[in-house]
Design a protein around this ligand. Structure first.
Ligand SMILES: N=CN[C@@H](CCC(=O)O)C(=O)O
Ligand SMILES: [Mn+2]
Ligand SMILES: [Mn+2]
Length: 318
C-alpha cells in the first residue's frame, strides 16, 4: 500500500484579493476517492508523487519527496488567468510506504486512470522519475487498441536502465519499452536534451534498438529551433496522444540547481517553452508531469519557481 495524503491548505498561500487574482484563491482541494466528473468545467488535476525512493535505489541524492509541495507553494502565489469554466484541483499526494515503490506506482496508475475516466487532465508533480512508468500506464488504460500514445521526455537521461534490481528513477522507459515489445508493439519515445556525458554506450545502443527519437543536449537549443520543431512535429504526427514528462535535471543547473542529479551542461527553459507550445498546439496532450525537484539543493527556490512556471504555462495554454 502507498499512503494517500489529502491536499493541504498549508501549501496554498500568497497575496489576497477578492477576485481570485491568485491561484491559491482559485485552487480547489478535493479527495480523489470522492471525485466525479463535473461537466461544467475543464479540469486540471494536480497530484503529487511524493517519493524519492526511486532516486535512493538509483544511488542518487534523496529529497525529491518534498518536490510536490514546493511546487504548490510557488504556483499558489502566481496570478490566476483561468476562466470561470476552468478548474484547478489539488488532489494531494501519494507517498511511498515501506520503500515499496512498485506498489506506489500501481496506486499512482489507478489514480491517473481515475482522473482520465473523469475527464480531468493529470498534472503530476514529482518526485522521482519512476513516476513516469505509473503515469504512462494510467494513460494507456484509456487508449484503444489501434491508437498510439507518444512519450516526450525532456531530460538529460534516457532512463532506459534495466530494472533487474527493481524499479527506480532510471528505469521507467525501459519498462515501458519491454512491455510494448511483449505485445509486438514499438515504444513511441522521444527524448529531448540527452547528454552524452550522462548516458552510457549501452544506453545509447538500447535507445537505437528501440528506435528512440532523441535530440542531444547540444542540439536542443534556440539556435536549432527549426530543427527541434521539425523533429517534434514529425514525432507527433505519428501518434494519437502525447504524454509529456519534464525531468528538471535536463535543464542547466544555472536554471535548475534543485534537482536529484545536477546538470551544469543542461538546456535552457526557452527551448522547453517553445517545445511545449508545439505540443499543446497539437491538441494531443493528455498528461503532463514535472519530476526530480529536490528542494534540499534549491537556491532561492528558483527550481521550484521554474517548475511552477511550467505548470502555469501549460494550464493557461492547453
Ligand atoms: N532519473 C534519473 N536517472 C539518471 C540519474 C543520473 C545520476 O544519478 O547522475 C540515470 O539513471 O541515469
Ligand atoms: Mn534526468
Ligand atoms: Mn529522468
Amino acid at each position: 500500500m502507498s499512503i494517500y495524503k489529502l491536499a493541504n491548505t498549508d501549501n496554498w498561500f500568497g497575496r489576497s484579493s477578492d477576485q481570485q487574482l491568485y491561484l491559491h484563491e482559485k485552487v480547489k482541494l478535493l479527495n480523489l476517492q470522492e471525485y466525479e466528473y463535473q461537466k461544467e468545467y475543464k479540469t486540471y488535476a494536480l497530484l503529487g508523487y511524493s517519493s524519492d525512493e526511486g532516486v535512493r535505489r538509483n544511488l542518487g541524492r534523496t529529497g525529491s519527496a518534498l518536490g510536490p509541495d514546493a511546487i504548490r507553494e510557488q504556483l499558489g502565489k502566481m496570478p490566476n488567468h483561468l476562466n470561470e469554466n476552468t478548474q484547478l484541483i489539488d488532489f494531494g499526494n501519494l507517498e511511498c510506504k515501506d520503500q515499496n515503490l512498485e506498489e506506489l506506482q500501481e496506486e499512482c496508475t489507478i489514480a491517473v486512470s481515475k482522473l482520465i475516466k473523469n475527464r480531468a487532465t493529470p498534472i503530476l508533480l514529482g518526485g522521482s522519475h519512476d513516476l513516469a512508468y505509473a503515469h504512462y500506464n494510467g494513460l494507456l488504460q484509456h487508449i484503444k487498441p489501434k491508437e498510439k500514445i507518444g512519450i516526450i521526455n525532456f531530460d538529460a537521461h534516457f532512463d532506459l536502465r534495466a530494472n533487474i534490481d527493481g524499479n527506480n528513477s532510471g528505469t521507467p522507459f525501459y519498462q515501458i519499452a519491454l512491455e510494448h515489445e511483449a505485445k509486438n508493439e514499438a515504444i513511441k519515445y522521444m527524448a529531448l536534451g540527452i547528454r552524452k556525458d550522462a548516458n552510457t554506450r549501452t544506453l545509447f545502443d538500447f535507445a537505437e534498438s528501440q528506435k528512440v527519437n532523441y535530440l542531444l543536449q547540444d542540439h536542443f537549443s534556440m539556435s536549432y529551433l527549426e530543427h527541434v520543431q521539425l523533429r517534434l512535429i514529425q514525432f507527433m504526427e505519428d501518434v494519437d496522444y502525447i504524454y509529456t514528462t519534464i525531468d528538471l535535471d535536463g535543464l542547466s543547473s544555472a536554471y535548475a540547481p534543485g534537482v536529484s542529479a545536477a546538470s551544469p551542461m543542461g538546456f535552457a527553459p526557452d527551448i522547453v517553452l517553445e517545445s511545449l507550445k508545439l505540443i499543446i498546439d497539437s491538441g494531443k496532450l493528455v498528461g503532463l508531469d514535472i519530476v526530480e525537484l529536490n528542494p534540499n539543493f534549491d537556491i532561492d527556490k528558483q527550481t521550484a519557481k521554474l517548475a511552477a512556471s511550467l505548470v502555469h504555462y501549460v494550464i493557461h495554454n492547453l
